[in-house]
Design a protein around this ligand. Structure first.
Ligand code: SF4
Length: 245
């Protein structure tokens, strides 16, 4: 009996992956493995639970018990687009720990929801999850865009996660992903000013401890330097004032 373990993140790619795996193997040996970072958008839990309920499979939740900023404090490192220790400690390690306890590599297949547009990442992901076998059903035809997957969820009777509706490319960490770039954080500021303010406050606290670190980088004028969320917000506010004048 092969056990089929889907990395069930709350993203639409992992939803579509679970659909394909369930269609091929049925729900009986299917595990929907969800790593909770404790800062997810409330609607992610609704989506994860409704979609799992449709498949008749309970969600298997794992959690480190810390938030991303708590990891940054413990690691004395503020995550950013180049290195995000939160991903390792809050997602990869809890999932690996669950696999070590519950899933023999000899009869387990792990499914990751990246799609054909991200195919260059598959080799590194396979290496990272060794000795488990990893496959990527959304890299196989029929090739679907994210919008097509969102449409499929609607057609299946599950309303997609609200972050997609609000224009975010991913449904994780309540929009506050430290891997996001300027465009992403401008959207956070516009759509969730209170979440942005909280991230800005926590970044300032870490700076008081660690020095000149920041989630974002400024690359203007031929040099690269940390760009704080405070400075980025002030820039965005100035731009808004200019365009409103
Ligand atoms: S989604 Fe972003 S902030 Fe959240 S754990 Fe992953 S890298 Fe860190």
């Amino acid at each position: 009996m092969t056990r089929h373990v889907v990395q069930y993140s709350g993203g639409i790619g992992s939803w579509a992956t679970a659909q394909r795996v369930a269609a091929e193997y049925g729900p009986h040996d299917l595990v929907l493995l969800f790593a909770d970072t404790l800062v997810e958008d409330p609607d992610l839990y609704r989506f994860v639970s409704e979609a799992a309920g449709q498949l008749g499979v309970p969600v298997t939740r794992v959690a480190d018990g810390r938030t991303p900023f708590e990891v940054f404090w413990h690691q004395r490192f503020l995550g950013n687009s180049r290195y995000a220790p939160c991903s390792e400690f809050l997602k990869q390690r809890p999932c690996r720990s669950w696999l070590e306890t519950h899933a023999d590599p000899a009869d387990t297949v792990l499914y990751v929801g990246i799609d054909w547009s991200e195919q260059r990442r598959t080799a590194a992901i396979e290496r990272g999850w060794a000795p488990w076998t990893v496959t990527f059903p959304m890299c196989d035809p029929p090739y679907l865009t994210k919008d097509e997957m969102l449409d499929q969820a609607r057609a299946a009777g599950v309303e997609p996660p609200v972050l997609y509706e609000l224009g975010f490319g991913h449904n994780n960490c309540g929009s506050l992903c430290v891997r996001g770039g300027h465009q992403h954080w401008a959207r956070v500021l516009e759509i969730f000013p209170e979440r942005y303010a909280e991230a800005e406050r926590q970044e300032q606290e870490l700076r008081a401890e660690l020095g000149d670190v920041a989630i974002l980088r400024d690359r203007s004028g031929g040099r690269t330097r940390p760009l704080t969320l405070t400075e980025f917000r002030e820039r965005q506010e100035s731009l808004r004032e200019i365009s409103a004048a």
